[in-house]
Design a binder for this molecule. Structure first.
Ligand code: ARG
Length: 653
């Protein structure tokens, strides 16, 4: 049921003949913000008044006169400076909800002109540990695929793995020089991760050693500058007084980077074997880069190591995907495109789209100072080169209308340039969209990390969330109070659904563009804007349906007219009927958070209904059956909605 679309359609008919572009104005109908203004409100007359040079109230009245909407609305009022307030007929809501609830798509129709989408998401750089940052892309991308598919679009999900990058040079170098054989045989990925971190740590140390003197000097200057400003300010210099704060912040920032540098140095120098390794392998960053370059140019030894490592790395991330229920149609990593890059660069050069500049091959883009480099002086290809090849490949194989890139906002510049380059290459018939997202923060407001400074591994976090969910939801006292007798097995299934749901939900409920604080304690709670709260509403409504013993599918119940007597049930019905509109809104800017807010709204409205409208103890049987069907519609909408977010439901909790 597309209520909003239906209303818009009626307004367009009424506006037809009055103005040239009714659709531009019908877009100004929205849900009323306050129930006193009805269910929907059209803010059309005021903007039209300017165009037509007439009084807005008169315009509103003449629109209302032309409007044929009696079958849907019980009242249509002109209010204030010219708003048109619409109140829907309860009868219309009741019959629409009856229809929706009896339909396995909840009355949501497939779009009339389906599009083909390639959705590029998750895409971790393998051979280094997967961390909480990766979950955002995975969860947002998965949900967008599900919503697109449900609305009838064709979707190809592609996990564009980072399986060819510099991290392999680091791991290969580490393997050649530092491997612990027996550890590798026991747990290859753990050992590869250790090697990656070790090499990274030594590279960090060597950089720190080369920066420390300069940073100390910077700090000295920053402090001196601040002292000078303070002295001037004390002497009455207003301009200086204004600058003190910024200077102080600058001192704090430089001090913080100095401390970071000192920490990196102390960590290595405090450990004699690390210290020896760091000194035995100077300029390690260059050595690792050399290993990457050898891999890329087909060196047999490095290629063999890569072939040996990759399946382990993939198995590792697949464990996480299996647990989260994530599946991809394709998993074509960067390595897949490598063989195409030489030819691509040649073609771009010979067609004149790319040029040699200072030894590198570049595409010059309008609006950008720096060109996009597609081949470095030393012959190496770049991330951008393989992304260009990926676009070509996808166009050839799937002819998509849209390619979505669900990637961290820090890559905005990369994608802006990539899209500009794609346009320059003549790929106009596809819409390329960077669906960017913010950072996952720790309680300190900085990117989420453990105390020791390493990013927390994802699997550990999933376990932790499930564990905490278990403590909250399967607490013996709670189960006893709710009279829920569950086997151990059922308890674990509930904890798994709630814990994993919590992680996904916490990620999806924030507008994707903002950063959010990862707070595992809060996210598994049963109250508030959490998945557990919604899963619980579902379970509660399900249990009423079970306890009633009524078969809602039986023809005499199914054909029964619904009644919306109480405001609480009417409001709930109106909410439930917006499902289709909400799904379309989600896709306007690819925001699963719109669906989350909607489901949370239903759960809250259901709580009001539950409080005010007795179901099994309703005044008469007709009302009971009607309310059971409202519970049923609620269950189905919550379940479908959560499913589109990748979150499971359990029949009781
Ligand atoms: N592997 C990249 C990273 O972790 C993300 C890849 C996104 N997709 C793409 N086609 N560039 O930063």
């Amino acid at each position: 049921m597309k209520i909003l679309d239906t209303l818009k359609g009626r307004f367009e008919q009424a506006l037809d003949g009055l103005i040239d572009n009714p659709a531009a104005y019908s877009a100004r109908i929205a849900q009323a913000r306050d129930p006193r203004f009805g269910d929907y409100q059209a803010n059309i007359a005021m903007p039209l008044a300017k165009t037509l040079g007439k009084n807005p109230v008169d315009i509103a009245n003449s629109i209302v006169q032309r409007l044929q909407i009696d079958d849907l609305c019980e009242s249509v009022d002109v209010a204030g400076p010219g708003f048109i307030n619409l109140k829907l007929r309860s009868q219309f809501l009741a019959s629409s909800l009856s229809q929706a609830a009896g339909n396995d798509r909840l009355g949501v129709s497939a779009v009339r002109n389906p599009q083909t989408y390639v959705v590029d998401y998750s895409a971790p750089n393998v051979a280094k540990p997967m961390h909480v940052g990766h979950i955002r892309s995975t969860v947002i991308g998965d949900s967008l695929c599900k919503i697109l598919r449900f609305l009838g679009h064709r979707v190809i999900s592609d996990n564009h793995l980072g399986d060819w990058g510099t991290q392999f040079g680091m791991v290969i170098y580490g393997y050649k020089h530092f491997v612990d054989r027996s550890a590798y045989e026991r747990a290859p990925v753990a050992e590869l991760s250790r090697l990656y971190r070790l090499v990274q740590q030594i590279i960090g140390y060597q950089a720190a050693v080369s920066q420390i003197d300069k940073t100390r000097e910077q700090l000295r200057l920053a402090i001196r500058r601040m002292q000078e400003l303070i002295a001037k300010a004390d002497a009455g210099d207003k301009k200086a007084a204004k600058e003190v704060k910024a200077a102080d912040r600058n001192v704090a920032a430089v001090r913080e980077s100095l401390e970071e540098i000192e920490r990196k140095i102390a960590n290595i120098e405090g450990d004699s074997s690390l210290h020896a390794a760091a000194h035995g392998h100077p300029v390690l960053d260059q050595r690792a880069q050399l290993e990457t370059a050898k891999l890329h140019s087909g060196d047999p030894e490095n290629l063999a190591l890569w072939n040996q490592f990759l399946p382990w790395c993939i198995e590792e991330i697949e464990t996480v995907y299996r647990r989260l229920g994530i599946k991809f149609d394709l998993q074509l990593g960067e390595s897949f495109y490598h063989p195409m890059l030489g030819d691509l660069v040649q073609r771009l050069l010979s067609s004149g789209l790319a040029q040699q500049s200072e030894g590198a091959t570049c595409i010059f883009l309008e609006g950008y100072d720096a060109p996009m480099i597609i081949r470095k002086q030393d012959g190496a290809f770049l991330y951008a080169t393989s992304d260009l090849a990926t676009i070509e490949y996808r166009l050839k194989q799937y002819s998509p209308d849209v390619i979505l890139y669900v990637v961290d906002h820090r890559q905005s510049e990369h994608f802006a340039k990539l899209f500009a380059a794609a346009a320059a290459l003549g790929y106009h018939h596809v819409t390329l969209k960077h669906v960017s997202f913010g950072t996952v923060l720790g309680p300190d407001g900085k990117p989420f990390k453990t105390r020791s400074g390493t990013v927390i591994g994802l699997e550990y976090l999933l376990d932790e969330a499930v564990q905490r969910a278990y403590q909250v939801v399967c607490h013996p006292e709670r189960l006893q109070k709710a009279n829920l007798r569950m086997t151990n097995e059922e308890q674990h299934a509930v904890a798994e659904a709630v814990g994993l749901g919590a992680i996904k939900y916490a990620d999806l409920c924030h507008n994707r563009t903002s950063d959010y604080e990862f707070d595992i304690e809060q996210m598994v709670q049963l109250d508030g804007n959490t998945s557990a709260y919604i899963q619980y509403s579902f379970a509660r409504a399900s249990s009423i349906l079970r306890n009633s013993g009524v078969d809602l599918g039986s023809p005499n119940v199914d054909s029964l007219s619904m009644e919306l007597v109480n405001t609480a049930e009417r409001d709930l019905a109106l909410y439930l009927l917006q499902f289709e509109d909400v799904l379309h809104q989600c896709l306007e800017d690819y925001l699963p958070s719109v669906l989350v807010a909607y489901l949370y709204g239903i759960a809250k409205q259901y709580a009001v209904f539950f409080d005010q409208c007795p179901v099994l103890k309703a005044d008469n049987e007709h009302l009971m059956l009607s309310r059971l069907r409202i519970c049923d519609a609620t269950c189905k909408t919550l379940q479908k909605g959560l499913e589109l977010l990748g979150i499971a439901t359990v029949p009781r909790m």
